[in-house]
Design a protein around this ligand. Structure first.
Ligand SMILES: [Fe+2]
Ligand SMILES: [Fe+2]
Length: 285
């Protein structure tokens, strides 16, 4: 199974280069991935003229299954609404058949309007847990912002505000792969039974420690996950090949006493507040 991971397209930005995106898309199409994940920052400012252009360029991707999430740049200037017009829902829970594998995929919009910081949000935890419930050969979580710091990016900032709780939740859900972007540096962190894979910026010169535009090809086969960094029109470099199965004492999937998604109340499920729960607040008024 092959996953193409692109992010940080930044259509409309001053350092956006259309030819890089077109080259990357040609290469991705030639690789014939089973799944394409576009991990946010499709536009540079979320402006009305940038979304149609981004949608038009990305429509050249030929893959039966493409998943997208918005990034912080897409949520600027009320761009989160235009994102929905151009690409549909900002959050998605999917069950996919990829190369004979039953894949559970949950993609969450981690952006907040006009903020660079990201957050998954506790109101999403049960929704995420439900998305990964049941049998699956592979579980993939997608969000734009990073859950752990990425080296080579300068001062650490914008990490998901509830990153610790989200990491714990994903580990308990048995997630195999977390696909993120945002920092414009390709990097892989193996953590607690999961592989956190970050893509660079596919089509801009807004680079940091890794000085080239890049995207990733992620291969899941034979009990391993291999990540290859690809420079559009340029070289390729392995970011490692990792075993799927971690020893239980290292993944420690059931070891966290603090985060219990089942205790959270999904916004969709929230009913009237029980009278007994209101009492303490009422007495303080
Ligand atoms: Fe970006
Ligand atoms: Fe970003």
């Amino acid at each position: 199974m092959l996953v193409a991971q692109l992010s940080d397209v930044h259509v409309g930005g001053s350092r956006y280069r259309e030819e890089l995106l077109r080259t990357a898309i040609e290469e991705v199409n030639a690789a014939e991935p089973d799944l394409v994940v576009i991990g946010g920052d499709l536009t540079d400012d979320g402006y009305p003229d940038q979304y149609p252009l981004a949608a038009q360029e990305l429509s050249a991707l030929r893959c039966p299954q493409t998943v997208r999430v918005p990034g912080n740049h897409d949520a600027r200037n009320v761009g989160y609404l235009r994102y929905e017009d151009a690409f549909g829902a900002r959050d998605s829970r999917l069950r996919l058949q990829c190369a004979g594998q039953d894949v559970a995929l949950v993609a969450v919009d981690s952006s907040k309007p006009d903020l660079d910081e990201g957050e998954i949000g506790r109101e999403h935890y049960r929704w995420i847990e439900e998305g990964f419930a049941g049998e699956a050969d592979l579980r993939i979580f997608v969000c734009h912002h990073h859950l752990v710091p990425v080296p080579g990016t300068g001062r650490e900032r914008n990490q998901v505000l509830d990153a610790g709780d989200v990491l714990s939740l994903l580990r308990q859900c048995g997630v195999d792969l977390v696909l993120s972007g945002h920092r414009h540096v390709p990097y892989v962190w193996p953590i607690a039974g999961m592989l956190l894979v970050h893509s660079g910026t596919v089509s801009t010169l807004r680079t940091r420690g890794f000085p080239h535009p890049a995207y990733n090809l992620v291969t899941v086969a034979d009990g391993r996950i291999a990540v290859e960094l690809c420079i559009p029109g340029g070289g390729r470099q392995s970011l490692g090949s990792y075993p799927r199965d971690w020893p239980a004492e290292l993944s420690a999937r059931d070891a966290d006493p603090f985060v219990r998604a089942a205790r959270g109340v999904s916004l969709a499920d929230a009913g009237p507040t029980p009278p007994e729960a209101e009492q303490p607040h009422s007495s303080r008024r």
